[in-house]
Design a protein around this ligand. Sequence first.
Ligand SMILES: Cc1cc2nc3c(=O)[nH]c(=O)nc-3n(C[C@H](O)[C@H](O)[C@H](O)COP(=O)(O)OP(=O)(O)OC[C@H]3O[C@@H](n4cnc5c(N)ncnc54)[C@H](O)[C@@H]3O)c2cc1C
Length: 310
Amino acid sequence: MENWDIIIIGAGSAGLSAGIYAVRSGLKTLVIDEKFAGGTIADASKVVNYPGFADISGGELAEKMTSHCRKVGATIHDLEPMIELQLLGEVKVVKTSRTSYEAKAVIISMGSHYKEIGVKGEAEFKGRGVSYCGVCDGPFFKGKKVLVVGGGNTACITTLYLAGLAAEVYVIHRREAFRAEESLVSDISAKSNVKVMWNTEIQEIKGNQQVQSVTLIDNITKKTSELAVDAVFVQIGEAPNSQLAKAAGVEVDEIGFIKVDVKQQTNLQGVFAAGDITDQPIKQVGTAVGQGIVAALEAYSYIKRPYYRK
Ligand SMILES: Cc1cc2nc3c(=O)[nH]c(=O)nc-3n(C[C@H](O)[C@H](O)[C@H](O)COP(=O)(O)OP(=O)(O)OC[C@H]3O[C@@H](n4cnc5c(N)ncnc54)[C@H](O)[C@@H]3O)c2cc1C
């Protein structure tokens, strides 16, 4: 079985940053990813909020992070899904589709995925008006007409954020009340450019090169209507890719996000987590990078300084 000081599972912003810091700390470092390295940011057509890059495509940013990680000396295995973890002992075992590895410490950085609504046009217009991240894509729709789908805290926070940018914000929710904090709900009622449509669902997203309109259905009267919008923000929740970690004994919250402390340490010794898979509230490249750095340096201390474990 191959032995490594540290194995990082997931080569997105968090995992690649962790890789850079782990290698530079002198750790023999393996980073694995089930897809090509780079992570979710590769799906963003444009990134304008990562410091140092005023305007870069997500694909190029992902490529720059990956080549930086390789350049400092990390071994990156693309297209090698992790399929099982054994994390309870001093030696951690990472099983992949190809083989099994042993490591002194593990960083879990497998990200999360946004839940999709699954309607016609959603996949077609992804990145062309259909978005799952208000902070990421909201600024592209300044002064425009946008639609938010959802009724929980995230949908409400996104609505308030977009209300500060867009000319008009429509919110559709399939129930007749928000399932969100009272203060968020009252802040939304106070916004003159927000219109909430209860018991309403989306049937189709339409457009040409970009989103132009949606077909809505009132789920009580079954009446359909057309609404012209420039963007659809789907905010019906996120699902962390944490099932295999949970099965190995890593503690998660009620949604499935991995619980970490300020050192990115999980409930298991020598097991760290970073990025969108954790219970940290802000899910951005910048925060994933920061958490990856902390995880790598804390993992280094765990491996190299035995007194640290006490
Ligand atoms: C369309 C879109 C636009 C966005 N725009 C912005 C933006 O403009 N600015 C910004 O800051 N943020 C943006 N974000 C958010 C940003 O992409 C994430 O916050 C960031 O990528 C999180 O990094 P991560 O490393 O935690 O996870 P990810 O980047 O998701 O990386 C996780 C990696 O783990 C791998 N993985 C999962 N399961 C396994 C397994 N079993 N075995 C091996 N590998 C596995 C995945 O293949 C993936 O590569 C955007 C997100 C989306 C979807």
